[in-house]
Design a protein around this ligand. Structure first.
Ligand code: HEM
Length: 435
């Protein structure tokens, strides 16, 4: 076994906590040049960051059975129970089998119709010259889309507002609670109070939706009907619903926000999107069949997911001693993969910070996921179940908005990336112009 590479700048007692708190992505990105496996410390707890695409594939795919989910998931599980996005084996596989059919590609066509009608309602409410806080608006949109597509539940405006208000503090709270000792949760900080209140409200809303499904007994042909007719208990179903809401709404909303940002600041890209949308659709509403013909839009979506990968860390815990390159990872040790750090590595992608949809014309592009150098949706047994759903939603949103509106950056704070539960823009103010 070779020597473990410890990240530069370790402070006795604190480890690398300060550098990480000051600029998480800068710190994590900086570790890539230090080795294939680099160890940093949160206090005295070691975390092994895996940098090489080969080893990333081993952790996520070929040797996945050697790893359980890491600490963030353990905390989420403690708070919400065993759901698809948090459970370990064998519970996870059983749940995945029950839920997989609802995410099958064949179902996406039906979902695109729901997505389009939600988005049309959204853009029809806009007024020329209006300035919108786009990142907030799309959060609400993706929540409504997920709820209606998968749970058919017309949550109603008040409930959607309520769920949006509750989800933010919950997501941020889970990440914070995973990093800090358990005693932190009992301190009545404003964040902790918002977290507890948010969780109570969200639980109540979700329970009401499940009750309505049970009472009606009708098969709506959606995910919730599937769950209600399975052997799952109401508590298990509630956990799944919460998991889907948490895994699927903010991730998609943030990616969509970045896509609109890139269109707003790259007039050439915007023009090409408009041209393609006008040529292929000639003003008619988009369907699932059209999405396959909108190849430039598809590249814009792919490039947004690469350049602005929202899930900035995946954690795993070694279940047995695992050899990763020169390093033997001890049982119980935490392993971390940062996808955005990978996707911004100039050794893997030319001029990686440039937003260039045409990099996807590279004949090698189809190899990137298999090689482990492009994994925005993860890989292996935990690969995002909602990937096709998210890609369809992103494309449908870009097309539906671009048919009517041109979004331009409005005066306001400089757009920056901030690392919260996900990597997100600080604030996106957009001016709306009819096309
Ligand atoms: C751009 C949007 C999205 C991104 C970037 C994304 C990313 C990811 C990633 C990286 C994972 C793997 C986690 C791991 O390996 O531990 C994951 C898992 C998951 N995602 Fe997504 N996701 C997105 C949208 C969605 C949507 C729309 C849904 C559902 C409607 C969803 C539901 C899930 C679930 C349930 C899991 C857990 C899967 C499992 O462990 O079997 N995600 N996602």
């Amino acid at each position: 076994m070779g020597a473990v590479t410890v990240a530069a700048g370790r402070v006795p007692g604190l480890g690398h906590a300060l550098a990480l708190a000051r600029g998480p992505m800068k710190f994590i990105q900086g570790l890539r040049s230090q080795g294939d496996v680099v160890t940093f410390y949160l206090g005295t707890v070691p975390i092994h960051q895996i940098n090489s695409p080969d080893l990333i594939r081993r952790v996520l795919v070929t040797d996945a059975h050697q790893f359980g989910r890491g600490q963030i998931f353990a905390k989420a599980r403690q708070l919400f129970g065993d759901g698809l996005a948090t459970a370990d084996e064998p519970v996870h596989m059983r749940q995945r089998r029950i839920m997989q059919p609802a995410f099958h590609r064949d179902r996406i066509a039906t979902y695109v119709d729901v997505m389009r009608s939600e988005m049309r309602e959204f853009v029809d409410s806009w007024r020329p010259g209006q300035i919108v806080r786009l990142d907030r608006a799309v959060s609400r949109l993706t929540l409504a889309v997920t709820a209606k597509a998968l749970f058919r539940a017309d949550l109603g405006t008040a409930a959607v507002t309520e769920v949006c208000r509750s989800l933010g503090p919950i997501l941020n709270g889970v990440t914070k609670r995973a990093m800090l000792p358990d005693v932190y949760e009992r301190i009545p900080t404003p964040g902790n109070r918002q977290f507890d209140a948010g969780l109570r409200r969200l639980t109540a809303i979700v329970d009401e939706v499940i009750k309505a499904y049970r009472e009606s007994g009708a098969d709506h042909g959606d995910l919730l009907s599937m769950l209600v007719s399975s052997e799952m208990t109401d508590t298990e179903i509630r956990t799944q619903v919460m998991n889907i809401l948490m895994a699927g709404t903010d991730t998609t909303a943030i990616t969509l926000s970045w896509a609109f940002h890139e269109l707003a600041v790259n007039p050439d890209v915007r023009r090409k999107v408009f041209d393609e949308v006008d040529t292929v659709l000639a003003g008619r509403p988009v369907t699932a069949a059209d999405l396959a013909k909108l190849s430039y839009v598809e590249r814009v979506v792919a490039e947004t997911v690469r350049r602005h990968t929202p899930v900035w860390l995946l954690m795993r815990k070694a279940l047995a001693p695992v050899e990763l390159g020169d390093v033997t990872v001890a049982p119980g040790a935490q392993v971390m993969i940062s996808m955005p750090a990978l996707h911004r590595d100039p050794a893997l992608f030319t001029d990686p910070l440039r937003f260039d949809p045409d990099r996807w014309l590279d004949p090698r592009a189809s190899e990137w996921p298999k090689a482990g150098s492009l994994v925005p949706f993860g890989a292996g047994r935990h690969r995002c179940i909602g990937e096709a759903f998210a890609l369809a939603e992103l494309a449908t949103a870009l097309v539906t908005v671009s048919q009517k509106w041109e979004l331009r950056p409005a005066p306001g704070p400089r757009v920056r990336e901030v690392a919260r539960a996900f990597l997100r823009p600080n604030a996106l103010l957009m001016a709306l112009q009819p096309r």
